[in-house]
Design a protein around this ligand. Structure first.
Ligand code: HSE
Length: 431
């Protein structure tokens, strides 16, 4: 039986999940691959801390070079997260001809091209299945089983923390701050939840998916991104009244030949859309290919064992092909060669909630201003509710497809002309 030796960087939740996944399935993996995989060294800068897992202490090393310089190690598994020093360590491993497996969406979205180039120059493989969608084998599916398709669209719920928060707000009427606290207590959300709740984590994942699906690099910072922090119970109730659920969606599509739009935005999703029933920590990715048509992948997008399963999948894939001339590596996973233009957020339908001045003529002026900018109103509701008898009133619109910049100009004009006190929320509406 061939032996594959692994050096693992990090001993956090995903690393422990990967270790456990290998131990749980060792026999099955060996029987079906004829390869024995062993995690021989683990970078653990604080070996005296109890990690809650039974790992022989002699596997722990405190200096990364004990792994990077070890000629016996075939695969380096990077699970420390963050762009640096993770990128530096992966580059060092690849330049020494070691294969690299990572779950690190931030590092791949920022430096994937450079890492892939080093991998190719050194005949090594770079694999990152766990970087998108946790346990969902979406990258493997797109780059192997679905390779015969030209894709026109990818749509996804790619963050478990925010989907959990939105689900709890929707199902139990809890407010954002209450659910976030609860999610942190349950270990779902990080102590600093910024990357999740501001959509940064999803923008990293979407950037990777776009390169795989369309062959175009769009840096995460260039993707129009809005998190979920502005969503109120009022938005959720209104969505429900109109027949929608609010979800943080990543979207990229071919809007016309040669033009790609993409965004990460909280969206009104029709209640009968398959993505509307993806709840709690689950993720889903919906792709449209010219041969396969619509396809949805659903599963746990976070957590040690689901993510460990994805990491192990990459390790096994590399282990099985080691020593062979793997033809598919001549075509790297990440592609940045497409002749496509990125056209920003694209034209979309939007839900708009404003607080308008409550006096005669205002509603007409708001409608005329939208008309002036060619923003068509599909639905409209005025809800006096708690504002009854006050000087202002909430107005809610769903508008037909429009350019976001044009819509923002119309909304600014409403504020400048004192018809509207504040624009309280603008959310994309998914078709
Ligand atoms: N923080 C991510 C989430 C998991 O909540 O989905 C890792 O990508």
């Amino acid at each position: 039986m061939n032996k594959v030796k692994i050096g693992m960087l990090g001993i956090g939740n995903i690393a422990k999940g990967t270790y456990r996944t290998l131990e749980l399935s060792r026999k099955k993996i060996e029987d079906s691959t004829d390869v024995s995989f062993e995690i021989v060294k683990i970078l653990n800068r604080r070996p005296d801390v109890d990690r809650g897992i039974d790992i022989p202490k002699e596997k722990y090393v405190t200096d990364v070079n004990e792994i990077l310089d070890d000629p016996e190690i075939d695969i380096v598994v990077e699970l420390i997260g963050g762009i640096e020093p993770a990128t530096e360590y992966m580059a060092a491993a690849l330049s020494r001809g070691k294969h690299v497996v990572t779950a690190n969406k931030a590092a791949i979205a920022a430096n994937g091209e450079m890492l892939q180039r080093i991998a190719q120059e050194n005949h090594a493989k770079l694999r990152f299945e766990a970087s998108v969608g946790g346990g969902i084998p979406i990258i493997n599916a797109i780059t192997t089983a679905l390779l015969s398709n030209e894709f026109t669209e990818v749509l996804g719920i790619l963050n478990g923390t925010t989907n959990y928060i939105m689900t709890q707000m929707t199902e139990y009427g809890k407010d954002y701050a209450e659910v976030l606290k609860e999610a942190q207590e349950k270990g779902f959300a990080e102590a600093d939840p910024t990357a999740d709740v501001e959509g940064i984590d999803v923008a990293n994942k979407l950037s990777i998916l776009i390169s795989l699906i369309f062959g175009l690099y769009i840096a995460p910072d260039d993707i129009p991104t809005q998190g979920i922090t502005s969503i109120t119970t009022e938005d959720i109730v209104t969505a429900n009244d109109f027949g929608y659920k609010i979800k943080l969606l990543a979207s990229a599509k071919m809007v016309e030949e040669g033009k790609i739009s993409c965004n990460v935005l909280p969206c009104f999703v029709p209640a009968d859309h398959p993505l509307a029933v993806v709840n709690n920590e689950f993720n889903a990715i919906y792709v449209t290919g010219n041969a396969v048509d619509n396809l949805m992948f659903y599963g746990k997008g976070a957590g040690p064992l689901p993510t460990g399963s994805a990491v192990m999948g990459d390790i096994i894939g590399i282990g099985k092909s080691m020593g062979k001339d793997a033809a598919y590596d001549k075509n790297p996973l990440l592609r940045y060669d497409a002749d496509l233009d990125f056209v920003g957020e694209g034209e979309n339908q939007y839900y708009i909630r404003v607080t308008a001045i409550d006096k005669p003529g205002v509603l007409g002026a708001v409608a005329s201003t939208f008309g002036k900018y060619h923003v068509g109103i599909e639905s409209m509701v005025q809800r006096a509710g708690q504002n009854a008898g006050k000087d202002s009133v909430p107005l809610i619109f769903i508008v037909y497809k429009t350019d976001r910049k044009v819509l923002d100009q119309a909304l600014n004009e409403l504020i400048e002309n004192n018809y509207v006190e504040s624009v309280d929320n603008v959310l994309r509406v998914q078709e």
